[in-house]
Design a protein around this ligand. Structure first.
Ligand code: M6R
Length: 614
């Protein structure tokens, strides 16, 4: 959470920083601020609220032209979203400006010590402590890099710090522990940011910083050291998407654009993972086949939407591999003393690769000597770096706070992992795996068909924009789809929404049903088991109590008609793959309903895209 930008070079620091912040605004939008160094002076402007407020402030109170600057867009943790608590924070002597992402856990003790020495604080944030400490260090006569080393070694918790020194206008220095930071390497200019989107317009050459590293950028050099002061090994990489991918491309919202990108995102996630003989190849799994054969249990750990992708995966992986598979919310995982050992395979799922709870789960699992595979969309992020292996989803940047293509590609990556395990362990024959792979390859086209036929969902969203509550029910893999449908609606439409296992309703929740309550029902394909018929009974139960039923059912399923107020048709797919087509109308319903209500779909209240604090 929080977006950070730093710049040093020949361009206008104000425009690079502000445009960079705009691209990082998905990370937090409680306040925004900028600091520049110009003619030996440090100038800052900051405002509570979105960047638009800072734009207005800069219009009425312009900041001097400069070639060096830092900026911040905040998701509030310590201290409310006010002008005073906005970053950058400036040291009491006016020399240092600093921005911070993360939580400084020992800030109260440090603040007390500084206050005892007479220092006055101007904000309620934990971050200001870092600015003040850095000011104290520089006042001793040390340079910005040395001062940053001392401060970084004094703080506990999670932090990316980026700072400038009024008396040293040729350097921006940053420190990173448990929060993301990347360097953009230009010619005669360099950039720092929480995410490459901030500088992709200027350079696609990047360096991902490692844990506990300090980076110093000048116009022509990037020097990285560890917190101990040793030279650090750096990993340069080329960003393989361009500016257009980080822009809305004619859509009203990033979310809508990202929903429409799903057919391509699925195709890209499948690309290159099938060998010419039809077998599955996951070259990126650096875990030997023997180790995979020894796995006795799989534990999937994730948060939010990624957790629901994990729930879908459990059904598929257990079915294909016959390995027991648990799915766990990351924030619960390490605090309940989970039973894991070297034969446990821990699979973490994270679009951003920076979610703090999931990262802590990775560390906990590795301490117990479990093997960890990350499913992640962000190249070089912390979670994949700290895992034994990674399966990248190739969804491209996901900017809308509500995850959409992130979810579908996570589900696809989970299917690939399950099938790969089945192949290695021989629990499925090559022919069966090829069949599922064939079905998977038809999914981009089928998701596209759902999008082409989406209009009834949009009409429904208009009709329902004033309803106070919506329920979603499903069974088997339809249950996580119901949960995901409800989450989308909650997070962007601020409606009360719940997802339930359809069979569980009569154990309590059916008491909520009253005439006119909209209930979405995910109906499984007709198969050999009785799943389909059971769900039909569940629809009848709620219909009998006056619910308004919106039924998602496959093309030729006529049995649902007598019990449906609205039927939305889904292409025919095998049960385990149905989440890929059934989730899409629910995403669109939420997106349209939030649009109708006039909400900011991409930046819903109280949220941020990537939750980098525990
Ligand atoms: O980046 P991650 O996949 O680790 O994020 C996990 C959740 O924070 C995320 O899925 C969140 O629930 C979304 N806002 C849901 O749309």
């Amino acid at each position: 959470m929080c977006g950070i930008v730093g710049y040093l070079g020949p361009r206008s620091a104000q425009s690079v920083v502000i445009e960079g912040l705009r691209r990082l605004e998905y990370r937090g939008y409680d306040s925004a601020g900028i600091a520049v160094l110009s003619d030996g002076e440090l100038a800052t402007r900051k405002k509570a609220g979105k960047i638009a407020n800072l734009d207005a402030e800069l219009l009425s109170n312009p900041i001097p032209e400069a070639g060096i600057g830092i900026g911040h867009t905040r998701w509030a943790t310590h201290g409310g979203p006010t002008d005073q608590n906005a970053h950058p924070h400036v040291s009491a002597d006016g020399r240092v400006a600093l921005v911070h992402n993360g939580i400084i856990e020992n800030f109260a003790q440090l603040r007390q010590k500084l206050e005892a020495r007479g220092m006055e604080f101007t904000s309620e944030t934990d971050s200001e402590v870092a600015a003040q400490l850095l000011g104290v260090e520089l006042a001793k006569g040390v340079g910005l890099v040395e001062g940053m080393h001392t401060v970084a070694n004094t703080l506990n918790g999670a932090f990316t710090l980026v700072a400038v020194d009024r008396d040293d206008p040729d350097r921006v220095v940053a420190a990173r522990r448990n929060s993301p930071l990347v360097v953009g390497v230009g010619e005669g200019e360099n950039f720092l940011a929480s995410d490459v989107a901030a500088f992709i317009e200027f350079t696609r050459e990047a360096i991902e910083l490692g844990q506990d590293q300090i980076v110093e950028i000048t116009r022509d050099a990037v020097v990285v050291t560890t917190f101990d002061g040793a030279e650090a090994e750096v990993r340069p990489y080329h960003v393989d998407w361009d500016l257009a991918a980080a822009e809305k491309g004619g859509y009203d919202w990033f979310m809508r654009k990202e929903i429409y990108e799903q057919p391509q995102a699925i195709a890209d996630t499948l690309l290159g993972r099938i060998a010419p003989d039809g077998s599955l190849q996951l070259d990126e799994i650096h875990i030997t086949d023997n180790e995979l054969r020894r796995v006795t249990k799989i534990v999937i750990v994730a948060c939010g939407t990624a957790f629901y992708a994990g729930m879908v995966a459990k059904y598929a992986i257990e079915h294909w591999t016959r390995i027991a598979c648990e799915v766990e919310i990351a924030s619960e995982f390490r605090y309940r003393d989970p039973i894991i050992d070297p034969n446990t395979l821990v699979v973490t799922i994270s679009q951003s690769g920076e979610t703090a709870d999931t990262l802590m789960a990775v560390r906990h699992a590795r301490e117990q000597h479990a093997k960890v595979i990350a499913i992640c969309n962000t190249n070089g992020a912390t979670i994949p770096r700290e895992s034994d292996a990674v399966i990248y989803t190739h969804a491209g940047p996901e900017i809308g706070v509500a995850s959409t293509k992130g979810f579908l590609t996570q589900v696809v990556a989970c299917y690939l992992l399950g099938l790969y395990l089945a192949q290695v362990r021989g629990t499925k024959f090559g022919e069966e795996i090829r069949e599922v792979m064939h079905e998977l390859q038809t999914m981009p086209e089928k998701v596209q068909r759902v999008l082409d036929d989406i209009q009834p969902m949009l009409d429904l969203a208009q009709e329902f924009s004033e309803r106070p509550s919506v329920l979603f029910i499903g069974r088997h893999v339809g249950f996580p789809v119901a949960l995901e449908g409800a989450l989308k609606l909650k997070e962007i439409s601020y409606l009360h929404a719940e997802g339930f296992p359809a069979g569980e309703l009569k154990h309590g929740a059916i008491a909520l049903v009253e005439p006119g309550l909209p209930i979405f029902v995910v109906v499984p394909p007709k198969g050999r088991d009785q799943l389909h018929d059971k769900v039909i009974s569940n629809i009848q139960e709620v219909r009998a109590r006056g619910a308004y039923t919106i039924v998602l059912a496959e093309d030729d399923d006529l049995e649902v008609e007598p019990y449906s107020d609205v039927v939305f048709r889904l292409p025919k797919v095998p049960t385990l793959l149905q989440p890929l087509v059934a989730t899409v109308p629910l995403q669109m319903f939420a997106c349209e309903l939030a649009t109708q209500k006039g909400y900011d779909v991409d930046q819903p209240r109280n949220l941020a895209k990537s939750v980098t604090v525990e």
